[in-house]
Structure formats: C-alpha cells, structure tokens
Design a protein. Structure first.
Lengths: 308, 185
C-alpha cells in the first residue's frame, strides 16, 4: 500500500504506490472525516450558524463530497499530506476496532449472563444435540493414546484412596455371580501349573485332618453298587476262578469225605515208602516235587512225626 | 493269553481243598498211589472185558436160543483182549484229561512237561510201555524225583491233583508249598 518500489526514470526519482484497496479508502474517509470534524468543531466553536443553514449545507455537500473523494483519491495519495491523512485514519480505525471489541466483549458477557439465566443449557443440549453422533465422532483410542497413564497413576495416592474405600460395602454391592459368569475358568486353568501347585501341597497333613470315617459314613454305597455292572463283574470273577471246576470238585462222589480219606492215606503211604527207601539207600530224602534247576533249592514235603 | 496254573495249584484247589491238602497238590506222586491207581485201571479193563463178554453172550442167546452155549474164547485171547482194552483206555484217558478212573480215585493226573498235555502219541507209547512192562513203574521207588521209567523216557510226570477241573495241566515248574500230611490216628 505504502511505497513499495522505487524506479529510476529519467533524471528524477518517482515514487509509485499500489492501487487503492477498500480498506485504504475507508481509512482515507475516516482520516478526512476526522480532519473535517476537527475543522468543523473549531469553526463551530467560533461561529454557530443557524440549524437551517447547517442542514442545507449538509444536503448540498454530502453528495458531491463522496464523488469528489473517490475521484481525487489516487491523486491525493501521491501527496505527503494524504499519507498523513491515511495514517491518521488507520490509527483511528484500529482504535475504533479495539473499542468496538471491548464494548462487544462487555456486551456479549452481559448478554450471555442474562441468556444463561433464562435458558437451561443442559436441557437444550439434551434436547437438540445428538450426543451419540458426537461420541461417535470422537476418536477415543487416539485420545487415550495421548494420555500418560503412568504419570496419572504416579500422582494418585492409592493408599489414601484405599483408606477411604469401604471394601465391605463394595463387595456387598458387587454382583459377583455375574462377574464370575464372565470369567473364562478354562483359560485360567490352562495357565495354572497344577503340578507345581500340587507339589507345594502337604497332602499328608491334609489327610491327617480328614475324617475318613465320617466320609465313609456319608457314602451312598447303594448308589455306587447300583452303578456297577455286577453281572459283568461276576462273569469276570467266574472266569478267573474256574467256577465250573470248583462246582465239579466240590460236588458229587469226588468230593466225598471217604474219597478224601483214601487220597490222604495214599499220599501218606507214598511218603512213608519213599522215606523207607531213601533210608535204605542211604541218601537224603527225595524231592518229589517238580523238576527244578539245581540252583533252586527244592522244598521238601513235611511228613508228620518227623523233624525237618 | 493266560497260562493255565500248574495242576492242583489253581484257584479251584485254593477254594475247594482244605489247607493241608493244598500243600501236596502238584507234587509228583509216589509208588503206592500210582500202583493202586494202576490196579484200579486193570480192574476196570477186566470189568470192561467181562461186560463185553456178557454182551456178546447175550447177543448169541438172542440170535439162537436153541443152540446157545457160552462162547469159549480161551484164556490167552481174553488176556490179550483185556490188555488191548486197557491200552486203548489208558491212551484215550491220558491223551484227553490226563486221568483214568484209577487216577481220579487216587487224585492223580498225568501231565507232560512244559506246555500242557501229554499228546496222543506219547499217551499211546506210555500206555504200551505200562501195559507190556508194568514192572517199569517201580522205578518210582528208587527215583529221587518219583518218576517211573516210562516217565523218564517220555518226559511225563504223575502229580497229585485232587481237583476235577477239565483243564489239563502241565508239569509244575515252580516249587510247590511244603507238604503237610494228616497226623496218624
């Protein structure tokens, strides 16, 4: 706006200016108005013309002055006094801006104060603001990332907080069932080293404290037996003990007392005869048991009336 | 596969037999019981031959009552027939259950060594030897293991087995418990 460039043109230096902008025109008008106002004030102080004359002068002067000012602006700018007028107008405009802002602040504060007294802002927000949309628009992750949680935690006096917390009341108000239902017990168990836990348990001490008799008294043996496949169990036992052989051996003539007596007598006679023969042959008592390897000591039969 | 217990040492003897009787089960039998059993078998064989003679005579009487006379096969033929019946009877009994009527009466069983029974061939050879040369049985008297010569030749044994299990046992390979015989009254 002001002198920006100097060009060598012929013999003398000519100062060129940028074209006028609306702000420059406004500054110029303000400057001229202020000058004119000062002149008018001084003139009015000296001469107080009648009201009619001033009105007529005003009507006659306003129109031509406007046209003349715009037409003469470029030419007037080239003069030094016009620059003074321009600076004066600019400073006046800044002053006016500042005052206007100050007044606007005071007025706005007062207006807002009154408006807030009249209007419940909370209700207004609730009624007219789509809070969901606002929340959706907020990038909470990013906001959280910017929070230095460590610093926050460092500033927290956990001890003081805990002293003020009534844990009993908190626990009483907590819905533990719901919380437990959300716990993935399986995942927790996978992370637990059961072997280590068991190794640290003194099972002997636990067993010493357990009343086995009381537990046994509480057992529902009937229910246990009802779950057993007794038929399969009986078949397993019968297969192991050769029940047909037992029945055959314990019934009929083969199990009679007289037959046993005959067999006993036969066995006794065998042993006696063998004993006599062994003594006659001057050898140690025979071992009529199974043929054993020489390394194994045979078991001698026990004959009644003899010392082994 | 479960191996069968030694004869007289299985669960049957533990359940059925009284304590003292269990101690002798599985031991090789002596000469008295074995000779008695052989005598019983001989009686059985002769009884069978006599029964056969009676049946033959009855058949002849039914076919020709008018001309009926008791047949006279001759003593030698009867003896040979009786020994043949005895051989067949011993072979079948030892090859199947390991015990004849005499063995059953005295509580004996013929077993092979190792796994299981005697087998038909060994039973036949043993029967032929026992019938043809009964004196070989008395080797039991001098044998330290209560074995007769047929037992030594054919690697068989005769053990006490009071149970009636149809399962054929094997020669015991472990030492049985000591014998406890009944006191003399």
């Amino acid at each position: 706006m002001e002198s920006t460039a100097a060009h060598e043109d012929g013999g003398g230096a000519v100062t060129r200016y940028d074209p006028l902008t609306p702000a420059d025109v406004a500054d110029l008008v303000l400057g001229l108005a202020s000058v004119g106002a000062e002149v008018a004030v001084r003139a009015a102080e000296r001469v107080r013309p009648p009201a009619l004359v001033t009105r007529a002068l005003a009507g006659l002067v306003t129109g031509p002055v406007t046209a003349t000012v715009s037409r003469l602006a470029d030419r007037a700018l080239q003069a030094d006094w016009s620059q003074d007028v321009l600076r004066s107008g600019r400073s006046r405009r800044r002053d006016l801006n500042r005052r206007t802002l100050e007044v606007a602040r005071r007025v706005a504060a007062a207006v807002v104060e009154v408006a807030l007294d009249l209007v419940d802002v909370t209700d207004v927000v609730i009624d007219h603001v789509d809070l969901d949309a606002v929340v959706r628009a907020v990038d909470l992750d990013r906001a959280v990332e910017r929070v230095d949680v460590d610093a926050v935690v460092r500033r927290v006096d956990v001890g003081a907080i805990l002293e003020r917390v009534d844990v009993d009341e908190v626990v009483a108000r907590a819905d533990l069932d719901r919380a437990v239902a959300r716990v993935d017990v399986g995942a927790i168990l996978e992370r637990v080293d059961v072997d280590e836990v068991v190794a640290r348990v003194d099972v002997g001490a636990i067993i010493d404290r357990v009343d086995i008799d009381a537990i046994a008294a509480r057992l529902d043996l009937d229910a246990v037996v009802a779950r057993l496949d007794l038929v399969a169990l009986a078949e397993y036992v019968v297969e192991g003990i050769d029940l047909p052989g037992i029945i055959q051996s314990s019934s009929g003539a083969m199990a009679s007392e007289s037959l046993r007596e005959v067999r006993w007598q036969g066995v006794s006679a065998d042993e006696r005869v063998a004993h006599v023969v062994d003594r006659m042959l001057h050898r140690r008592p025979r071992t009529p048991g199974p043929a054993l390897p020489s390394a194994e000591a045979p078991v001698r039969p026990v004959i009644p009336g003899t010392t082994v | 596969m479960t191996t069968s217990p030694p004869p007289g040492r299985g669960p049957v003897s533990r359940i059925v037999l009284p304590g003292p009787a269990r101690s002798v089960q599985g031991h090789r039998a002596g000469i008295v019981t074995r000779a008695t059993a052989g005598a019983v078998d001989l009686v059985v064989a002769f009884a069978a031959v006599g029964l056969g003679y009676a049946v033959w005579s009855g058949a002849l009487f039914v076919l020709g009552p008018a001309s009926f006379r008791f047949p006279d096969p001759g003593g030698l033929r009867l003896l040979v027939c009786a020994l043949g019946v005895l051989t067949a009877y011993l072979t079948v009994a030892w090859a199947t259950t390991g015990r004849t009527v005499g063995n059953r009466l005295l509580g004996l069983r013929v077993v092979g060594e190792g796994a299981g029974g005697v087998g038909f061939v060994r039973a036949l050879l043993r029967a032929l030897l026992c019938v043809a040369f009964p004196v070989l049985l008395f080797w039991v008297l001098v044998s330290a293991e209560n074995r007769s010569l047929p037992d030594v030749l054919l690697r068989t044994s005769v053990v006490y087995d009071w149970t009636s299990s149809a399962r054929r046992g094997a020669e015991p390979t472990t030492a049985p418990a000591p014998m406890v015989l009944p006191p003399d009254d």
